[in-house]
Design a protein around this ligand. Sequence first.
Ligand code: IPM
Ligand code: MG
Length: 362
Amino acid sequence: MEYQIGVISGDGIGPEIVREAKKVLDKVAETYGHSFRYEEILMGGVSIDACGVPLTEAAVVSARAADAVLMGSIGGDTTTSSWYQLPPNLRPEAGLLKLRKELNLFANVRPAYLYEELKGACPIKDELIGEGFDLVIMRELTGGLYFGARTTETVDGVLTATDTLTYNEHEIRRIAVKGFDIARKRRKKVTSVDKANVLDSSRLWRKVVEEVAKDYPDVAYEHMLVDNCAMQLVRNPGQFDVILTENMFGDILSDEASMVTGSIGMLSSASLNDTKFGLYEPSHGSAPDIAGQDIANPIATILSAAMMLRFSFDLDREADAVEAAVKEVLKEGFRTVDIYSEGMAKVGCSKMGDLICERIGG
Ligand code: IPM
Ligand code: MG
């Protein structure tokens, strides 16, 4: 089959990790007889430098026209980069938020999985980790505080900033359905996370999730307050299968979950809408401090490409092959510096990509 892939290399380590993911996709294409055509799309700081805005209308059109978009990372050092002298709506991150909204990418899937080989990197004590964990955060991505009205104004002589958190029942229902659907393909448990003891938006969230749950009698579900969830993630992450939550809570909890795996450089993510289209990106940021040194870990981006093969192209066998190749390379002891431990073989970004390619297709 032939697929059109939009590629957002972005800023910082973005270009080098995306290069490795494309290498892996090319190996998949060659091995399994597919054809992937890439079109580079500018977003983030590189787009500000080239076009004056973090995402042009033309870039949105290109992304929309692709079967899926693979992204590296965007943004720079927020204290030193001139991009952060610009008004908030012209900074790199505004490009990503605009793309999510324009393409209606309301469902953000962020798996957090403890690799047997990387158990040593997990910051939690062995007795709490037990058998390890394998969870997915299903984060609502186009609503809530991120997209509500905001103002900064002087009220009675006092500088005052306001952000608004709004959800309607439709927005909650469609993400809840995605959460229960994915749970059905896994261990059949949904933990819906909210702050219903304080927020109206959370009380509505809870009500709608309960309605949706009725359609999934085979899936167990529970409600959990977000502060408790933050605690449970470091106390007993193995209890979770699918964590279903709103935008801001999901942003925070997904960073926490990734840290619990000990290796944010390993975690992939997918942002989906109601079609087969998806935006696939690593869960980590652009790490400008290590950009261009060939030491970044490309695995999260490579695993995001595997998610693209699975979710957008229905190429399960190919996705399995990429995931198996990653596991194989780890088993053989190859590590980028972020996941390195004594006695392992330290490799750079490009070498890691090569090693994974070599393990695809025998
Ligand atoms: C993420 C990031 C983004 C977010 C930023 C870059 C706007 O932290 O994808 O989690 O907050 O959603
Ligand atoms: Mg985040």
